[in-house]
Design a protein around this ligand. Structure first.
Ligand SMILES: NC(=O)c1ccc[n+]([C@@H]2O[C@H](COP(=O)([O-])OP(=O)(O)OC[C@H]3O[C@@H](n4cnc5c(N)ncnc54)[C@H](O)[C@@H]3O)[C@@H](O)[C@H]2O)c1
Length: 346
């Protein structure tokens, strides 16, 4: 078997643990070392996953067996971390959102291009089988003329989630509230299936938490393909429901809750439709709806594996820097509309 691609993890908080666990499910990648600002957490993570703990970023980036890094620092600290890795010649798999503004995302993409390293953005929701099936039906034209594409995320985060973090709920490091942090996965999924937006209008509010950013937001969207849609997101809703998306056209309608298809109806039915309904029948799990740490490792493992194969043989990545940029662009447009009280055109 070909040699595995060596990886380091930068950041040693909540999601870094998911990254480290994901390497136990990859064939082409192995974890070599971890570095985070918090040395205690870094040492604990390294001990748990049997890898080297580094005491500085420079130490990790100087390890020759490390060809790529995953970036798990706070969102507003991604740019500097990614650029340091790129300058050291390491390929990068960076957590969502790539950064907290388009200027910073673009600087990151440019830096990776200049240093000839691959940049990939983590958006594991896009790789759910349910999403892939909807995307396939969409690309095959089964929805007919697209009419409505909407998403709802009624999640819950308690006050401690913000109070115990130095960066969650801040403009400077989180880049926004529920839309930029939690809902950005669903935005990526909507854009992946239905394509780019042309215009948005939004209202936002901080209704239940003691934070400077929004914890509730509603937006109306017009997409470039002419369809309309809504976005409703919250971290104030007990007990936290599964994320939900609905796609409707003249040819059919589908509802997804998390990684489950709950409605799958097309005017021109295919034999496989009954199998799909059977496969997914049931109630969706709320996943991260009420618990931030409830993140499955399989999506991260898949994206790490894809990057490792891409580094080795140039295999398809499906999620490069420009793909990761799209959801941040939509978030920033929605924030601009909420701030100005006017529609924002892309
Ligand atoms: N894909 C997902 O499902 C998912 C889920 C949660 C978080 N995230 C993303 O992962 C990132 C981290 O989130 P988290 O929940 O793990 O946060 P966290 O606060 O638990 O961990 C962040 C860690 O980074 C360390 N750190 C801060 N600045 C650093 C720097 N410059 N260099 C090295 N280490 C530094 C901190 O000490 C902390 O341990 C964010 O971008 C977040 O949006 C993604």
């Amino acid at each position: 078997m070909a040699e595995k691609i060596g990886f380091g993890i930068i950041g040693s908080g909540m999601i870094a643990d998911v990254h480290a666990a994901a390497f136990q499910h990859t064939e082409s990648a192995e974890l070599i070392a971890v570095y985070g600002r918090n040395q205690e957490k870094t040492a604990a993570l390294a001990a748990k996953y049997n890898c080297r703990a580094c005491t500085s970023l420079e130490e990790l980036l100087a390890i020759p067996e490390i060809q790529a890094v995953t970036v798990a620092t706070p969102s507003g600290a991604h740019l500097e971390t990614v650029c340091a890795a790129a300058r050291a010649g390491k390929h990068v798999l960076c957590e969502k959102p790539l950064e907290i503004s388009l200027e910073r995302v673009d600087a990151m993409i440019k830096c990776c291009q200049e240093n000839a390293v691959v940049l990939s953005s983590i958006f594991q929701t896009r790789f759910y089988r349910a999403v892939e099936l909807v995307k396939k039906a969409f690309d095959a034209g089964r929805f007919g003329k697209m009419v409505l594409s909407s998403m709802q995320m009624r999640w819950f985060r308690n006050e401690d989630y913000f109070a115990k973090s130095s960066w969650h709920g801040t403009w400077q490091m989180d880049g926004g509230g529920v839309l930029m942090n939690q809902a950005v996965h669903s935005l990526d999924m909507m854009l992946y299936i239905n394509g780019a937006p042309s215009e948005v209008f939004a209202f936002s509010g901080t209704l239940t938490h003691n934070i400077e950013v929004e914890d509730n937001l509603c937006a109306a969207v017009r997409y470039k393909n002419g369809s309309l849609g809504t976005i409703e997101v919250s971290t104030s809703c007990e007990p936290g429901f599964p994320r939900r998306a609905e796609f409707s056209g003249t040819g059919g309608s589908v509802t997804i809750e998390e990684d489950t298809i709950t409605r799958w109806e097309f005017v021109d039915a295919l034999p496989e439709d009954a199998d799909i309904r059977r496969e997914f029948g049931g109630v969706a799990d709320a996943k991260g709806g009420s618990s931030p740490a409830n993140v499955a490792v399989d999506g991260h493992a898949l994206q790490i594996e894809m990057l490792a194969k891409n580094i080795r043989t140039g295999g398809s990545l499906l999620m490069d820097g420009s793909e990761g940029r799209k959801a941040v662009e939509l978030v920033c447009g929605i924030y601009e509309s909420a701030r100005s009280g006017k529609p924002f055109r892309f």
